[in-house]
Design a binder for this molecule. Structure first.
Ligand SMILES: [Ca+2]
Ligand SMILES: [Ca+2]
Ligand SMILES: [Ca+2]
Length: 499
């Protein structure tokens, strides 16, 4: 049954347009590529593949036949239609790099239009889009793959995330975001205050529960807290009980599950008590000293309690697991996310970088952006193409073909509830707008038209090491709070006339 066809047969009468397009090799379009247009639209969507398929199945690789390059896939779930058998047999002849990457227990997705001669299947296996041709007639359970399918811009992510996306589409959820509009972000760079504090690190959160974002700044002379950062930016360090807090790093998160944002400052946890006075936790963190690239209070071990995650420049992640009790110590574990390679420029830790509830870091280097899982047994590193469906080459915001941001920031810039990544350099800005399911749209127009006080160039005002943390803009969107080396605080947020 599985033999290479000498002459590739093409479908004579495919059942529907999507599978016609599949054969024509034209699967995804991005509209609106003009330099000033803010709207990004994915025209050829996963929802359309789902709608136009007569059979959609999720499965797991049960066994592999290396000689014949056949993966046998057990069908775990049929989202649509009726499968002709309990298993698919998928022979992957080409691209040749795919079959060696398939592992037993890998997830597999197969969608088919059913009819056509031969029938066509759109397959996602080994984190790759593939085009299969049925080898057993209309009710084929066997497929031969001889070419990739160009589905990466509709969905560039991995097979496990695609399976979750299709399951959500079946449940009537909106699924991955196909239209992105960050045009409300930008506008005027507004000076808020001079904080008279030289920052080493900063974080933002609503510390006093008034709904306004507050700012914590780590300085060489101790930590400083400014309430309502974008408004009055009043120093409340003593009043908040943080006069004794000091360290070169800081992060905010609710570690004792009382709904109030607590702080990691240096190697100590500060708990946000009733009356909004912080007290130093007696918990023994055992936080090692290192040159940290990023720190966060985030659940890494999936017990729903915020842990300490710290990522060092050498690629070591240190996780301190929250024991959920003040009198027990935090258990330390380490993972090596990478060794060697290009020096990382910056990194941001968030659960938003993928769709499985895990903690992930996006690491920026001059040769690209990579996502790493902080937790054990989670997804493999994802490069720029996996994240966005396109290559880094050709982006306008590169300098001599490399990323060279003056500052990087992680915030929800378009107000869709998911954290985005912004890289801002002398050649312009590159935003990775979060579409969900671990996928991002590339936007290079996001700061077009940004103005600054006195007409001073933005890159001069924000010369490194300016620190950027999320502020607040309206109900949903976030602004950026920008803190310069000299302690001047700016806010970049809403354009004139936008909510
Ligand atoms: Ca506040
Ligand atoms: Ca708390
Ligand atoms: Ca945890």
């Amino acid at each position: 049954m599985f033999v290479r066809l000498k002459k590739r047969r093409r479908s004579r009468a495919p059942a529907n347009p999507i599978f016609t397009l599949a054969l024509a090799g034209s699967a995804a379009l991005w509209l609106c590529a003009t330099p000033t247009c803010a709207l990004i639209r994915v025209d050829f969507t996963i929802a359309r593949i789902y709608e136009e398929s007569s059979l959609v199945t999720l499965g797991t690789v049960a066994s592999l036949d290396a000689d014949r390059r056949v993966a046998e896939v057990r069908i775990d779930e049929t989202l649509k239609g009726k499968a002709p058998a309990a298993r698919w047999r998928i022979q992957v002849l080409s691209p040749e790099s795919i079959f060696p990457r398939i592992r037993v227990n890998d997830r597999a997705v197969l969608c088919t239009g059913g009819r056509g001669d031969p029938p066509i299947a759109i397959i996602h296996l080994a984190d790759s889009w593939l085009l299969g041709q049925g080898t057993g007639g209309a009710a084929s359970a066997a497929w031969r793959v001889e070419e990739p399918y160009k589905g990466a811009q509709g969905f560039p992510g991995d097979t496990a995330s695609l399976a979750r996306l299709l399951r959500d589409l079946k449940r009537g959820k909106p699924g991955i975001q196909n239209v992105l509009d960050a045009s409300a972000f930008g506008g005027n760079l507004r000076e808020v205050a001079s904080l008279k504090a030289q920052p080493l690190a900063a974080t933002s959160a609503d510390l006093d529960g008034d709904g306004k974002v507050d700012l914590v700044v780590a300085t060489g002379q101790g930590a400083r807290v400014f309430l309502d950062a974008a408004g009055a930016a009043a120093d409340a360090t003593e009043r908040m009980g943080l006069a004794g807090a000091a360290g070169m790093i800081c992060a905010a998160g609710d570690v004792n599950e009382d709904g109030r944002a607590d702080l990691l400052i240096g190697t100590n946890l500060w708990l946000n008590g009733p009356g909004t006075a912080f007290t130093r936790s007696t918990a023994s963190l055992g936080m090692p000293q290192s040159e940290w690239l990023a720190v966060a209070l985030i659940d890494v071990d999936r017990d729903r309690r915020a842990d300490v995650a710290a990522l060092a420049r050498d690629g070591t992640a240190v996780i301190l697991s929250n024991p959920g009790s003040a009198d027990r110590s935090w258990r330390q574990s380490r993972r090596v996310l990478w060794t060697g390679g290009e020096r990382p420029l910056s990194a941001w830790i968030s659960p938003d970088w993928r769709d499985d509830g895990g903690a992930y870091a996006l690491v920026v280097r001059s040769d690209g952006i990579t996502r790493y899982a902080l937790g054990a047994e989670e997804a493999a590193p994802a490069d720029f193409a996996r994240l966005t469906g396109q290559s880094l080459a050709g982006l306008r915001s590169l300098e001599n073909g490399r990323l060279n941001p003056v500052l990087t920031a992680a915030a929800d810039l378009d107000g869709n509830g998911k954290t985005d990544l912004l890289l801002w350099g002398a050649s312009g800005a590159l935003a990775l707008l979060n579409r969900g399911y671990g996928c991002f749209a590339v936007d290079e127009n996001i700061i077009v038209g940004v103005t600054s006080p006195g007409g001073v160039s933005v890159s001069t005002l924000l010369a490194p090491p300016t620190i950027a943390v999320p502020g607040q803009r309206g109900e949903k969107c976030q602004s950026l709070l920008l803190l310069t080396k000299a302690g001047r605080l700016y806010e970049l947020g809403a354009r004139e006339g936008t909510p």
